[in-house]
Design a protein around this ligand. Structure first.
Ligand SMILES: Nc1ncnc2c1ncn2[C@@H]1O[C@H](COP(=O)(O)OP(=O)(O)OP(=O)(O)O)[C@@H](O)[C@H]1O
Ligand SMILES: [Mg+2]
Length: 236
């Protein structure tokens, strides 16, 4: 039985289909009948075989994809709001304050140094420059990004280095809710462990997480609940 007071997100009867405009407006249903809730400190693992809509569900919650049927209720600024149909400025505000998202790939920003990229989310929230830079250095160290790379833009970094910079940009600050799409996919065992530690630490501080982790060992170390999209569809 979940404690309602600790709940921070609830998805009710969510449905998503893509309309393929170059295919005579063919409707491709991805998922339907998706309902779950998420509480502080919980890590809900999305499961289901490839192509069942796990990434689409995360992107829908983050507002990258529009959904039309159902509700995505989120606790934001001390009140509940429904993100389905919410105006863009509200979605941007939720992303700034409440909801962080780690996609599998870094959206490369040219000519900005890695250190500045990681410090920026703190600076834009009003942290001092010294604090922001120190915390950025701290997380880059934890994620084993070599110091001689800190002043370079991450555009030329390896896949695994870019993924770790991507993780650093989100984990450098404390979001109440995090969406993680295979954050450890291209990492070796040592770096995977560093990310697991960051996730555990965030959970301990009360962050609520929805994650896609193909790696069973990562699921076992951080997951608290499993939500299987295929089973939800079957139950419809
Ligand atoms: N922008 C899009 N336009 C049209 N169809 C899409 C789009 N994005 C995803 N799809 C389709 O939606 C379905 C679900 O894709 P999604 O990427 O969510 O799967 P997934 O469960 O994350 O798979 P994987 O485990 O392989 O990452 C797929 O059939 C895919 O082709
Ligand atoms: Mg996916």
């Amino acid at each position: 039985m979940k404690n309602k007071l600790r709940e921070v997100l609830s998805v009710n009867n969510l449905k998503k289909s893509f309309i393929l405009h170059n295919q005579n407006s063919f409707e491709l249903p991805v998922f339907y009948n998706i309902s779950f809730s998420l509480s502080k400190g919980e890590c809900l693992v999305l499961s289901g075989s490839s192509g069942t809509g796990k990434s689409t569900l995360l992107r829908s919650i983050y507002g990258n994809y529009l959904t039309h049927l159902g509700e995505i209720n989120i606790y934001h600024n001390q009140s509940w709001i429904n993100l389905v149909g919410a105006p863009p400025h509200l979605i941007l505000d939720v992303r700034k304050q409440t909801l962080g998202y780690v996609s599998q790939f870094l959206r490369v920003i040219p000519r900005i140094s890695t250190l500045d990229l990681v410090a920026e989310p703190l600076l834009s929230r009003g942290e001092t420059e010294v604090n922001s830079i120190n915390r950025a250095k701290d997380i880059l160290k934890k994620l084993a990004i070599p110091e001689n790379l800190w002043n370079l833009p991450p555009a030329t970094f390896s896949g695994g280095e870019q993924q770790r910079v991507n993780i650093a940009i989100t984990f450098v600050r404390d979001f109440p809710i995090l969406l993680l799409d295979e954050p450890t996919a291209s990492l070796d065992t040592k770096n995977k462990q560093a990310v697991i530690d960051l996730i555990k630490n965030a959970k301990d501080k009360g962050t609520a997480i929805i994650g896609i982790f193909h790696d069973q060992s990562v699921r076992d170390s951080v997951g608290t609940t499993i939500f299987n999209i295929e089973e939800a569809k079957k139950a419809a």
